[in-house]
Design a binder for this molecule. Structure first.
Ligand SMILES: NC(=O)C1=CN([C@@H]2O[C@H](COP(=O)(O)OP(=O)(O)OC[C@H]3O[C@@H](n4cnc5c(N)ncnc54)[C@H](O)[C@@H]3O)[C@@H](O)[C@H]2O)C=CC1
Ligand SMILES: CC(=O)C(=O)O
Length: 315
């Protein structure tokens, strides 16, 4: 039996997202070893060298291009390999290409790594999380996706700009699909315990319906806007990957909206994001936040959208 090294991560796919995540993780000092794997071996080698040259300004660690054999003791395996959206494409448009890529990658990971956590980042992340769970045979707690951690960060950023308050004091979640059917869970949103609508009034904003609608649309359209302007998104997701890894490595039991397979009476047989407790065992529990009737119906619709795609993929 291979003993897991809690200070070791592997990143499969070293394009924009994989390399930005590797850089963010190097800066985080969470890991003492990171293995990079890409179908384009030169790309992995180039990224490993480039990031290594920053180590004299950081802390010692090993970051190198490797093979699947090298990941056997990695506590966290981060999968970013796959095509990204082109301008105008949705995340769900990527499903066929990226499921095919996962069919070649996930069995290789499971062959060499038996006890690590599989963190899925490639899109459509909810579908690929479900597929990765099926292909790996890993227990559900150890296969999850970055989900709406990034969308939730975008929500907090936009709210912080609107309200002139530190984004870290805002408690609010985007739930459901990481994509067009995602939901802003406004009914539970608050700023340090003050309900959001009250805090808005304290800051002189009275048109709550219009403001929340515009902010939720802004979050949903962030990726489209960035991809239109610079072809890909990678810094925001790299920081999200770093935050999720921090919760795992430090066994923080942090509540993060990662994408995991749902198993409730209303929603099951699909992976999507709900606030979950994340620690060294991966997803250690879900947090059933209060939702109003409209949010519940939208969540069910989001699950049904994902289920329809899964049905096509798995048939
Ligand atoms: N979950 C999220 O919030 C986000 C997800 N993404 C997704 O991340 C994925 C990667 O995006 P980018 O890095 O911008 O794309 P990219 O095209 O820059 O990089 C993809 C990398 O995957 C590699 N690759 C392809 N097939 C492979 C295989 N079989 N084995 C190993 N490596 C393989 C390619 O050689 C390439 O280096 C996309 O699906 C994108 O939609 C991007 C941003 C945010
Ligand atoms: C590309 C993507 O999924 C995002 O930036 O949200």
């Amino acid at each position: 039996m291979v003993e897991m090294n809690s200070r070791k991560a592997a990143i499969i796919g070293c394009g924009f997202v994989g390399s930005a995540s590797a850089f963010a993780l190097m800066e985080s000092h969470l890991f003492s070893e990171i293995v990079l794997i890409d179908a384009d071996k030169n790309r992995a080698e180039g990224e490993a060298l480039d990031i290594s040259h920053g180590l004299p300004f950081s802390k010692p660690m090993q970051i190198y291009a490797g093979t699947y054999e090298d990941i056997s003791d990695a506590a966290v395996v981060i999968v970013t390999a796959g095509a990204g959206q082109k301008p105008g494409e949705t995340r769900l448009d990527l499903v066929k290409k990226n499921v095919a890529i996962f069919k070649s990658i996930i069995p290789e990971i499971a062959k060499y790594n038996k006890d690590g956590i599989l963190l899925v980042v490639a899109n459509p992340v909810d579908i690929l999380t479900y597929v990765a769970k099926q292909l790996s045979g890993f227990p559900s707690n150890r296969v999850f996706g970055s989900g709406t951690v990034l969308d939730t960060a975008r929500l907090k950023y936009l709210l912080s700009e609107h309200l002139g308050v530190d984004s870290r004091s805002i408690h609010a979640f985007i739930i459901g699909e990481h994509g067009d059917s995602e939901i802003a869970a406004w009914s539970s949103a608050n700023v340090s315990g003050v309900p959001l609508h009250k805090f808005c009034e304290m800051r002189g904003h009275y048109n709550h319906t219009r403001a929340t609608r515009e902010i939720a649309e802004g979050v949903k359209n962030s990726a489209y806007e960035i991809i239109e302007k610079k072809k890909a998104t990678y810094y925001g997701i790299a920081m999200s990957v770093r935050r999720i890894c921090e919760a795992i490595v430090r066994d923080e039991k942090s509540i993060l909206p990662v994408s995991s397979i749902q198993n409730t009476e209303e929603i099951n047989g699909v992976a999507l994001s709900m606030p979950a407790i994340v620690g060294k065992q991966g997803v250690e529990g879900t947090v059933p936040i209060e939702l109003n009737a409209e949010e519940k119906a939208a969540l069910k619709e989001s699950a049904d959208t994902l289920k329809a795609v899964l049905h096509d993929v798995l048939e």
